[in-house]
Design a protein around this ligand. Structure first.
Ligand code: DGI
Ligand code: FE
Ligand code: FE
Ligand code: FE
Length: 187
């Protein structure tokens, strides 16, 4: 539909060609997963197109937005990796006029996941990880899981992302640990 075309253009203008290709890959995968698991393909399309909308903004732009909206001041201790989802959703709301809370929430949690994730949240989180342009050891297995068991794919992604962060001695955002405890730890 026309709104998708317009959104695509607005997103494309905000990022490198490579990142835009990633975004289109996430959209393709998200729509497929939405159809498979029974959540709204239209919302999946919009959320996917907008999920990395703010990723190329300056640190100053994120800091300004966090202060302007009086968001959790702890956010100031983090960086682009964490900001572009949680704070990025506010750029999406303000600049793209997307007000749908389900879509904004999927954008907020697309990097870290969350203990509670809606079907749409899971679809975007997983689609971001396994879209066709991604290439890393394990992506085949992650894709396989995505098409057969969405919750298992969320768990796989969470576990492997945490392993990657630990190996690089990067700081772990508390939400990432909450996601791990909820989705990976065997009960
Ligand atoms: O924006 P993308 O590259 O498509 O993917 P993403 O939003 O899932 O992840 C962006 C980066 O964020 C990626 O390099 C992994 C990193 N990340 C995920 N969870 C955490 C994190 N970085 C830190 N420091 N802490 C986290 O908990
Ligand atoms: Fe992202
Ligand atoms: Fe991701
Ligand atoms: Fe992404």
């Amino acid at each position: 539909p026309a709104i998708r075309e317009q959104l695509m253009q607005q997103v494309q203008m905000q990022m490198s060609e490579k990142r835009f290709r990633h975004v289109l890959g996430v959209e393709e995968m998200a729509v497929a997963l939405a159809k498979k698991y029974g959540c709204c393909p239209n919302k999946a399309s919009i959320a996917a197109l907008a999920h990395d909308y703010a990723k190329e903004r300056s640190d100053d732009a994120f800091i300004f937005m966090i202060k302007k909206l009086k968001m959790d001041p702890d956010l100031l201790n983090w960086d682009n990796a964490i900001w572009h989802g949680i704070v990025g959703a506010e750029f999406v709301r303000q600049e793209l006029g997307i007000e749908d809370e389900e879509i904004l929430q999927a954008i907020r949690v697309h990097t870290t996941g969350a203990a509670k994730m809606s079907l749409l949240d899971q679809v975007i989180y997983v689609a971001d990880y396994v879209e066709p342009n991604r290439d890393f050891p394990g992506v085949q297995e992650a894709r396989q899981l995505a098409l057969t068991n969405l919750a298992a794919a969320v768990a796989y992604e969470t576990k492997h992302t945490l392993q990657f962060l630990l190996k690089k001695e990067l700081p772990i955002y508390p939400k990432t640990i909450e996601t791990y405890n909820q989705w990976v730890v065997k009960k």
